[in-house]
Design a protein around this ligand. Structure first.
Ligand code: NCD
Ligand code: ZN
Length: 345
């Protein structure tokens, strides 16, 4: 049997929600990953160190007995974030970054930043304290076509931020376009990007051709094939600026299969297996370990994990639905489909 053993990977962009949803989704991530950067877009958002510490406790309580997993907390940047809170976050051993959501860009982003330039004093504080800034890189201008929102953000906001704050470490989250990849590649080494499994596997036909597929709907939205190819080249090329961030974003099936469906793909149950398929079809399985287990840890200046995980070449079917307490039902990415790699437990 073909097997693949990697140093235990980390997920550098993850939504685990709270309450019953948290309990239902967390074990899937903890089974595979040593650590994850936890997104702060709860309702209400996690905006203070105090809230982040309380949320961290809730995550640790939801962890099944015997599972070792470390949540790396982030704070949600709002118009009322203070420079003091940034100093506090920098001194807190459990907070690793701030997340910038342009107001209205995605799920629970209404408390985000309406005008990126207004947040420059906050970026200056992050630069000073060396706290990374994680960016959802899309403009929210209603006049801007949804397929262009990332490219326009690169030109109108990201280039400015990167130029203005040469010492600020930035992760351009879930890149989806050739333009964002090129921006990251040509920027200094303190600028990196995460890439999701769905943007590596699918182009926008998977969302819209032959019927609308709500479980392929996420933000930034899937793009055309040439962009997907640029992402695969970036992820599998060995460049340390690109690392694994699933953006697994669970929503109840009833809220996805809806006249106004929520954005987000629940990829956590098969995350590593999905990436393995992508790397194998690109003939780059030898590059998977660095992408999944080294580049992110190095960027965040954390030690690499010490244990390992093993994948075997075994075909298995992704369950149609995952259930939890309080009638939680969540449809995973690739529900009911066959995968060719399986994580050994
Ligand atoms: C995320 C969510 O549901 O929280 N959705 C998504 O489509 N990716 C938010 C985000 O990361 O944009
Ligand atoms: Zn996200």
């Amino acid at each position: 049997m073909k097997t693949l053993t990697l140093v235990r990977p980390d997920d550098w962009h993850l939504h685990v929600r709270n309450g019953a949803l948290l309990k239902a989704v967390l074990p899937h991530t903890a089974r595979q990953f040593g650590r994850a950067i936890i997104m702060p877009n709860l309702k209400p958002p996690v905006t203070s160190v105090e809230q982040a510490l309380a949320y961290r406790e809730e995550i640790l309580r939801a962890l099944p007995q015997g599972m070792a997993f470390t949540p790396l907390m982030t704070l949600y940047l709002t118009g009322s974030t203070s420079v003091e809170e940034i100093g506090k976050a920098a001194r807190c051993e459990h907070v690793y970054a701030f997340k910038l959501y342009p107001a209205g860009a995605t799920t629970h982003s209404d408390a985000g930043i309406a005008d990126v330039r207004s947040a420059y004093p906050l970026f200056a504080a992050m630069e000073k304290h060396d706290v990374p800034l994680l960016i959802h890189g899309e403009v929210t201008d209603e006049q801007c076509d949804i397929f262009d929102r990332e490219r326009v953000f690169v030109d109108t906001a990201l280039t400015g931020i990167a130029g203005h704050f040469p010492g600020l470490r930035i992760v351009v989250e879930h890149v989806t376009t050739r333009e964002a990849v090129q921006f990251v590649e040509s920027a200094s080494e303190r600028i990196a990007a995460t890439i999701t499994p769905q943007h590596l596997m699918f182009n926008r036909n998977a969302l819209l051709a032959g019927g609308i597929r709500p479980h392929h709907y996420c933000l930034p939205v899937l793009k055309r094939e040439s962009h997907r190819q640029a992402l695969v080249a970036a992820a599998t090329g060995g460049n340390p600026k690109f690392f694994l961030g699933t953006d697994s974003a669970p929503h109840l099936t009833s809220l996805k299969e809806n006249a106004c469906g929520c954005a987000g793909c629940f990829s956590a149950p098969a995350a590593l297996e999905l990436y393995a398929e992508v790397f194998e079809s690109a003939g780059a399985l030898d590059k998977l370990e660095a992408f999944a287990s080294f580049h992110g840890a190095d960027f965040y200046r954390l030690p690499r994990n010490t244990g390992t995980v093993t994948l075997t070449k075994t075909s298995w079917e992704v369950p149609a639905v995952y259930r939890g307490e309080d009638n939680v039902a969540i449809t995973p990415l690739k529900a009911g489909e066959q995968l060719s790699w399986q994580l050994k437990v």
